[in-house]
Design a protein around this ligand. Structure first.
Ligand code: CAO
Length: 499
């Protein structure tokens, strides 16, 4: 008997050690040790990855006295990466909320106290054991893009699989205990759903491609689904863009919170890095013509695709990055290692409902311009609705900020660390220019004004690059910019080089 118990104890200890090793389990499993005599357990904020240490509480879905079940929504929190909905792991009654709205909660610390029902207690002890693989355990936190349905029983790994396959668990018949949905149920459903309309709403590339050392070829968004994309209208005005029409009578104090607070932190960190900025003007006339033609073609085919300049610019950046991989790199905090990133996950600074966010388009090196347009539109729509997910925000390797979409010519961008380069695009506008490619014989001398060439009007765009001067030199940045310029000024060259 003793031998059997000690053997079991050994197995449990091994299991616990294994779980503790996987740090994503850490915060939820800490609960194992703290169930009190009154059956009250502190429900702690799980590790939501990407080094996020603290979040801000945006909304509570529960109050003291409420009865909750597993997967019920507890609260929305905002991290410096995205908005996240925290869902419950236990069945029980809410005894205490630890924070007010807009207060900061730390990862690993309690969000609420729950008095467990008997079933809840069983769940507490069983949940980690039924986990069937090592996929990410975000069991108690889900991005706003993916909130589990409370009635369905399934492990987090199964939920993630269903999400990746764009399957609604409501449609799947569970064959496990208490109709729990198993991995096989989802896979079997996936086989039978070919030909059925997709239940998913996203056209995003699969999320498994984030931060993989080598690129994993995602199914192109265009092969996943051919959506009719309604372009988002820029009707949602960022809170930072509030227009004051009346003179203020007195000073007003405002606590810095939410995205602004996050901006304080990220920008202050980024500003400790020695940046340099390099600027140039690109002649976008050919691209302006090409886009016009393509838009017309799409209209004729009655296809709705939001084709702004960004998808071309993003693709051209990726092509140029192939030749200058040092610009698609991360540098560690101590600046001891440069990691040349295989995937071109190009971030786009976005003026969203919640303020400035930088979601990224994954694996641009593998996408067509149309794929990029679809994904950018999706991100823009999610951003305007405040629904960008952790996955959308994580893993960026290089960034662009199209301030010209609002106006202006020059901006000095600040790095999105640990990335090493970022570009700010000015407004494309008609400007008088001296024609290029004049041969020497026709070039004018300064004192012969009559021989000045005729001025041409061209669609010009200024671009300003900031780079981490600890690891990037100006010459590399200039060469990269020249390469990009050659693609954007001769967009046909992009076709030849696109894989
Ligand atoms: N010059 C001229 N026209 C531009 C332009 C530019 N630089 N950028 C966009 N446009 C045009 C687009 O082509 C589109 O025109 P059509 O309706 O004819 O197609 C129109 O302006 C609206 O474009 P958009 O803004 O909806 O889409 P986009 O793909 O060009 O840009 C995004 C997407 C997310 C970059 C943009 O919406 C945005 O949020 N920009 C602000 C970025 C920002 O705030 N940067 C500052 C960061 S530092 O605080």
């Amino acid at each position: 008997m003793f031998a059997r118990n000690s053997c079991r104890a050994l197995v449990y200890r091994k299991l616990l050690n294994e779980l503790l090793k996987r740090n994503r389990y850490l915060s939820t499993n800490q609960n194992l040790a703290v169930v009190t005599a009154s059956n009250i357990v502190p429900f702690k904020l799980a590790d939501i990855g990407e080094g996020i240490k603290e979040v801000e509480i945006k909304e509570w879905y529960v109050k003291v006295g409420d009865h909750v079940k597993q997967f019920d929504k507890i609260c929305d929190v905002q991290s410096d990466k995205a908005n996240v909905t925290i869902t419950c792991r236990y069945d029980g009654q809410v005894m205490k909320l630890y924070h007010q709205i807009n207060e900061t909660a730390n990862v690993g610390e309690p969000l609420i106290d729950i008095q467990l029902t008997q079933d809840g207690t069983q769940q507490l002890h069983h949940t980690p054991i039924v986990q069937d693989d090592t996929s990410e355990d975000r069991s108690s936190s889900t991005s706003t893009g993916f909130t589990p349905t409370p009635q369905v029983l399934a492990t987090p790994a199964v939920r993630r699989l269903a999400k990746d396959l764009q399957i609604s668990l409501n449609d799947v018949q569970g064959t496990g205990k208490d109709y729990r949905i198993l991995k096989e149920d989802v896979l079997n459903f996936d086989k039978t759903k070919v030909g059925l309309p997709s239940t998913g709403t996203t056209t995003a590339p699969p999320t498994t491609t984030i931060q993989t050392p080598m690129p994993i070829i995602p199914p192109s968004p265009s092969t996943v689904k051919q959506p009719i994309v309604q372009p988002p209208t820029r009707t949602v005005v960022s809170p930072t863009a509030t227009v004051q029409t009346q003179p203020a009578k007195e000073d007003r104090h405002e606590t810095i919170k939410g995205i602004k607070k996050i901006m304080v932190k990220t920008m202050t960190q980024a500003n400790t890095i020695p940046h340099f900025t390099y600027c140039d003007d690109y002649d976008m006339t050919e691209l302006v013509k090409l886009r016009k033609k393509l838009k017309k073609l799409y209209q004729q085919e009655k296809k709705t695709l939001k084709l702004s300049y960004m998808p071309f610019i993003i693709k051209a950046c990726s092509l140029a990055l192939m030749e200058y991989p040092i610009l698609n790199a991360h540098v560690d905090a101590k600046c001891e290692t440069i990691t040349y990133k295989a995937a071109h996950n190009i971030g786009v600074a976005m003026d969203t409902r919640d303020g400035l966010l930088v979601p990224n388009i994954k694996n641009v090196q593998l996408l067509s311009i149309q794929d990029i347009a679809l994904e950018l539109t999706r991100l823009q729509q999610q951003g305007y609705q405040g629904k960008l997910t952790n996955e959308d925000m994580q893993g960026g390797t290089f960034s662009l900020s199209n301030i010209g979409a609002i106006g202006g010519t020059y901006a000095v961008p600040i790095l999105v660390i640990p990335e090493v380069a970022i570009g700010a695009l000015g407004k494309i506008s008609l400007k008088p220019c001296a024609p290029e490619n004049l041969d020497d014989s026709s070039s004018s001398s300064d004192d012969d004004e009559d021989s000045y060439p005729d001025v041409e009007f061209r669609h010009m765009m200024s671009i300003s690059w900031s780079a981490d001067h600890r690891v990037i030199d100006g010459a590399t940045m200039a060469r990269f910019s020249n390469k990009l310029k050659s693609y954007l000024e001769n967009p046909m060259m992009m076709m030849i080089n696109t894989k």
